[in-house]
Design a protein around this ligand. Sequence first.
Ligand SMILES: [Zn+2]
Length: 92
Amino acid sequence: MMPFDKCPICGGELEEREVEKLLRGGHHTAVLKVQAEVCLHCGERLYPVETVRLFENIRNRLKREQLSGFLPLGQLFMVDSSRLGVATSTSC
Ligand SMILES: [Zn+2]
C-alpha cells in the first residue's frame, strides 16, 4: 500500500479519495480519476507508484498522439484573465 501514513509535507492525516488528475503531454491534456491519499490539512496528494507510472504512460501517449481508447471531453480552454478585463455586471 502507500508508503506514508502521515503527510510527508505537514504530518497531517491522510484520507483515501478519488481525485481528478490533469495530465499534459505535447498539445494534449487528459483528465483521469484515480485513488490518492489526500492530506486533510494541506491538500497534498500522494499517489501509489503504479498510479505514477500510469501518469507517465499517459503523458507519453499524449506526446506521441497515441490516443486510442481516450475519450474526447470537449475543448480545453486557456483563459488569460488579464484579457477579460473587469466583468460587467449586466445580467442575461
Ligand atoms: Zn499535509
